[in-house]
Write a protein that binds this ligand. Structure first.
Ligand code: NDP
Length: 339
């Protein structure tokens, strides 16, 4: 089964392996495969699920809602996010304005088929809306009982500090950040993690397997495997391609003997690695089929000895991205969706 961890400085426990449905549900896989994968996650002990209104332009929330229907609500932690454009992508269909937050939460609750989400997250930092407006709106939806806790995604250390100061003033339970983090993408280590530790915020880290690359199935100089994300030209292939250079794939193959040595699969090693690093509350994994999730959850509770952590650094250190300024670059400077 899957172990639990507290999310930030709060009383909320989350399954340390959390399942997310970006680029899979209502996109790469059909609904029956999506629902079977969510059920496999539940069977394996995962209780925390992450989605976003922008995934498949709102359709992914509907699929997750269907998959979780009939399960005891109190035994689930349901997370969603807003910021990226949705629907017709008009001037107020994106960002973190009061208007979009109120409309956004109502739309997400309807699609997910629930009265509240456990965590409502700002999918990026909105440079065009005053932060006070955003946090006041978050405070109001928390008071209305529509969201129990508030989180953000890909905020810089400075943005987290500004948000935490307002959250304190307005009594908003701001407890998490959701950044990309894996053996290949380590940009949060220098600034985001120390600031979060100081502020009582945890990381829920996305793409811990670098979208499947750390499974070792993509081989240098070889065609990408049939049915994998890299073949999903309408969506996933665009996101995974930055990890498909031969230098990265060659380094990743050096992880295979390390995984063998500790009797783990490569996906399990990748997940165990993020869970062992400071300030990480959950590895937010994806899966395109049930057997992936059933196998990957065995990473929960694994302890990697210092020599194994050092061997991993030696294997992939030269290709890992560590530049802290990358976090600032991932939030658009203008509101997305507008010309
Ligand atoms: P992962 O790094 O866990 O990649 C998951 C993919 O890896 C699967 O869909 C599958 O792809 C492949 N895979 C999984 N297990 C195995 C296995 N055992 N063997 C071989 N291949 C395997 O995470 P994701 O990139 O999917 O992201 C996870 C979640 O993070 C998202 O659903 C979302 O909730 C969140 N996220 C948040 C973002 C943000 O901005 N806040 C951005 C992106 C993601 P396939 O079978 O197709 O090869």
């Amino acid at each position: 089964m899957v172990n639990y961890r507290y999310l930030g400085n709060s009383g909320l426990k989350v399954s340390e392996i959390t399942y997310g449905n970006w680029v899979t549900h209502a996109s790469q896989v059909d609904d029956s495969a999506a629902i079977a994968t969510v059920h496999a996650a539940l069977d394996a002990g995962i209780t925390t699920f992450d989605t976003a209104d922008a995934y498949a332009n709102t359709e992914a929330e509907i699929v997750l809602g269907k998959a979780l229907a009939g399960h005891r609500r109190e035994s689930l932690e349901i997370f969603t996010k807003l910021y990226w454009p949705i629907g017709p992508k008009g001037p107020n269909d994106a960002g973190l304005s009061r208007k979009h937050i109120f409309e956004g939460i109502n739309g997400s609750l309807k699609r997910l088929g629930t009265d509240y989400v456990d965590l409502y997250q700002a999918h990026r930092f909105d440079h065009e809306t005053p932060l006070e407006e955003t946090f006041q709106a978050f405070a109001d939806i928390v008071r209305q009982g529509k969201a129990l806790y508030i989180g953000v995604s890909e905020w810089t250390a400075e943005q987290l500090r500004e948000g935490a100061a307002l959250a304190k003033e307005l009594h908003v339970p701001f407890i998490s950040n959701q950044p990309q983090y894996s053996m290949l993408w380590r940009v949060i280590e220098e600034k985001v993690v120390p600031a979060s530790e100081e502020l009582g915020i945890s990381q829920i880290v996305w793409s811990p397997m670098a979208q499947g690359v750390l499974s070792g199935k993509y081989l240098p100089g070889q065609p990408v495997p049939a049915g994998s994300r890299a073949t999903d030209e309408k969506s996933g292939a665009n996101f995974i391609k930055s990890f498909l250079g031969d230098d990265v794939l060659t380094a990743v193959q050096k992880l295979k003997p390390i995984a063998d040595e500790v009797s783990l699969t490569m996906p399990q090693l990748a997940i165990a690695w993020v869970l062992q690093n400071p300030n990480v509350a959950a590895a937010l994994v994806g899966a395109s089929r049930p057997e992936q999730i059933a196998s990957n959850v065995a990473a929960s509770g694994v302890v990697l000895e210092p020599a194994v952590m050092a061997a991993i650094d030696d294997a992939v250190g030269s290709v890992a991205v560590t530049d802290a300024s990358k976090t600032y670059e991932v939030s658009p400077k203008g509101r997305p969706g507008l010309s």
